[in-house]
Design a protein around this ligand. Structure first.
Ligand SMILES: [Zn+2]
Length: 153
């Protein structure tokens, strides 16, 4: 890992949930539905950490084998191993597409989020790819709880 460089990930097919959580915490995280040697090779050459559940791979630098099944323990392993405490940027990346979100005005969100959400929130962000609108609702609260529990912000 090069210092000053933002940490990026590629999750293997067994780590979809982990990929989603890493994105919720703002980390650039790609995901492969099937093991893809080319994707892995590209990831490694661009200093993207390859997270995998596979124990039978010839593991070299750049791979991390995730030991646990539980999502909080998986996150904890990654955070601790790469010293990511304080580096989470929640509410900054789409959990589905991995695209950075951009802030939108309240008026732009009107009609695209539930009425009660519109009435009770001031801050909205949008994914440029899937156009999904994010707000600090229950989903985000859960992410923030997780971040606080793990002490990574
Ligand atoms: Zn998206």
């Amino acid at each position: 890992m090069h210092s000053g460089q933002e940490v990026k990930f590629l999750c293997d097919q067994n780590l979809g949930r982990l990929a989603k959580w890493l994105r919720l915490m703002g980390f650039d995280t790609m995901y492969m539905h099937l093991w893809d040697d080319d994707m892995v090779k590209n990831a490694l050459s661009s200093h993207r950490v390859v997270l995998t559940r596979a124990h039978n791979k010839e593991l070299t630098d750049g791979y991390m084998v995730i030991r646990d099944d539980k999502i909080n323990l998986q996150l904890k392993q990654v955070i601790n191993a790469l010293d990511l405490k304080g580096k989470a940027k929640p509410f900054s990346r789409c959990s589905i597409c991995n695209e950075p979100l951009y802030p939108i005005g309240r008026e732009e969100a009107k009609g695209y989020v539930p009425e009660y959400v519109f009435l009770t929130h001031d801050t909205f962000s949008k994914c440029p790819k899937c156009l999904r609108i994010y707000w600090r609702g229950t989903h985000m609260t859960r992410a923030l709880d997780m971040i606080n529990t793990l002490g990574i912000r």
